[in-house]
Structures are given as structure tokens and as C-alpha cells.
Design a protein around this ligand. Structure first.
Ligand SMILES: [Zn+2]
Length: 146
């Protein structure tokens, strides 16, 4: 299913871990509007960065989310977040560009300088910016871009 000009539903649901574990990661009907909203917001992200967005993790059903160690309240389980990379630059450069361009988001996370997490809210985008770093073998989130 084509969601927007550049994004398909398949890009939001494909997961090598889900395939390997035979987890059905299809988006429930009631969450389709959320995924469409996310795709619409990602069109703007794509436009700002001027390059295709490669989604590495989009929707995660609760089982898949638990298997990848996501927190149970993760926006991924609501279809409201994606992890991605983009040829524009490294994750920090991408985050900085999105902030400078005034892109609306609920949460933007530079994840270990390996990928970017961006989440949206249908009603209240909080513009939270975090950086995930390892401290003592555990992932911690610090405010802002580090
Ligand atoms: Zn994420």
C-alpha cells in the first residue's frame, strides 16, 4: 500500500527480526491513520534533507518491540516513530538540520551516532531532542545533541 508519494506501508512493517522469529508485524487497521501521519511527516523530513529516507525500523507490534528491547510505551508500537538513516550526513548532522529547519516532531533521538529516531504526535509535538549514549554498558539518554 502506497501511504504517501515516497513511502509504502511495507517500509514500515518489514523487519528481519520479525521474519526470522516468524512474528506477524502487520499494522492493525486502527493504527493505519498513525502510520499515514508518520509518512506524511517523513515527506517533509525527506524534503528538508533532500535525499531518500531509509527506514530501518518503523512499526513494531508489541511482541517484536519486546524482542528488540524497546520500552513498552515506544511510539514504534503506535506507528508514530521510525528509525532511519539518510545519505544527507551522519545522525548528528541530520538531527541538527531538522532542528534548524523547524521540523515539528515529538521526539528526535540521535542513537549512538548510528541512526536517527524520529517520533510524532497527532496532537502535541513536544520537540524533545535526545542523544543515546552507552554508559557502563547501558544505554542512557542525555538532553540535546552530544
Ligand atoms: Zn526508534
Amino acid at each position: 500500500m502506497q501511504l504517501t508519494e515516497h513511502f509504502t506501508l511495507d517500509e514500515f512493517t518489514r523487519s528481519t527480526i520479525a521474519s526470522r522469529l516468524k512474528i506477524d508485524n502487520s499494522v492493525p487497521d486502527d493504527l493505519i491513520p498513525n502510520v499515514k501521519l508518520t509518512a506524511t511527516k517523513l515527506e517533509l523530513v525527506r524534503k528538508v534533507l533532500g535525499k531518500p529516507i531509509i527506514i530501518t525500523s518503523g512499526y513494531r507490534c508489541p511482541l517484536l518491540n519486546a524482542r528488540v528491547g524497546g520500552v513498552s510505551t515506544s511510539a514504534h508500537t503506535k506507528g508514530l516513530a521510525v528509525d532511519f538513516h539518510c545519505d544527507y550526513g551522519n545522525p548528528k548532522q541530520i538531527c541538527q538540520r531538522l532542528i534548524d529547519a523547524g521540523v515539528q516532531f515529538d521526539k528526535l533521538i540521535q542513537e549512538h551516532n548510528q541512526w536517527v529516531h524520529i517520533g510524532f504526535s497527532p496532537s502535541n509535538n513536544r520537540q524533545i531532542v535526545l542523544t543515546a549514549v552507552k554508559q557502563g554498558g547501558k544505554t542512557v539518554y542525555v538532553n540535546g545533541l552530544v
